[in-house]
Design a protein around this ligand. Structure first.
Ligand SMILES: [Zn+2]
Ligand SMILES: [Zn+2]
Length: 130
């Protein structure tokens, strides 16, 4: 799969048995449909976070094309307070997170600040910056 932003071939990383696609160039992350839920687990807080996702195509951010169907994705506001903007395929292939956005989402949706996935992600990004 190629990165929808910089068209580099993405690498596959395994986070807790879930394969995620990661661009080593822009540090973006692609999650197939259902993988975010699988990463975060099934808690009320996660459900609240997911129901907070709101399509807002008025947002003036560059439109990214879904790496699977190549159609322009929706802009989604996630979270009630200081929402972050992520990209979602119109026919639900998955979600795109720019650098750092997946961490922010996990912080919003996780009961435990020291979430294992968060630590793994921080490792990935810190190593990259060195
Ligand atoms: Zn990229
Ligand atoms: Zn798609």
């Amino acid at each position: 799969m190629r990165c929808p932003v910089c068209k580099n071939p993405m690498v596959i990383l395994e986070l807790q048995q879930i394969e995620i696609d990661y661009c080593t160039f822009c540090q973006g992350i692609w999650l197939d449909a259902g993988e975010l839920e699988a990463l975060l687990g099934d808690t009320q807080q996660v459900q609240d976070l997911l129901t907070s996702f709101k399509i807002d195509d008025a947002i003036r951010e560059k439109r990214i094309k879904c790496p699977i169907c190549n159609k322009k994705m929706h802009k989604i506001q996630a979270g009630q307070h200081n929402p972050i903007i992520i990209d979602k395929c119109r026919i639900d292939h998955g979600l795109w997170f720019d650098s750092g956005e997946l961490q922010q989402i996990i912080e919003m949706g996780s009961l435990h600040k020291e979430n294992e996935i968060l630590i793994l992600l921080k490792d990935i990004f810190t190593n990259k910056l060195k």
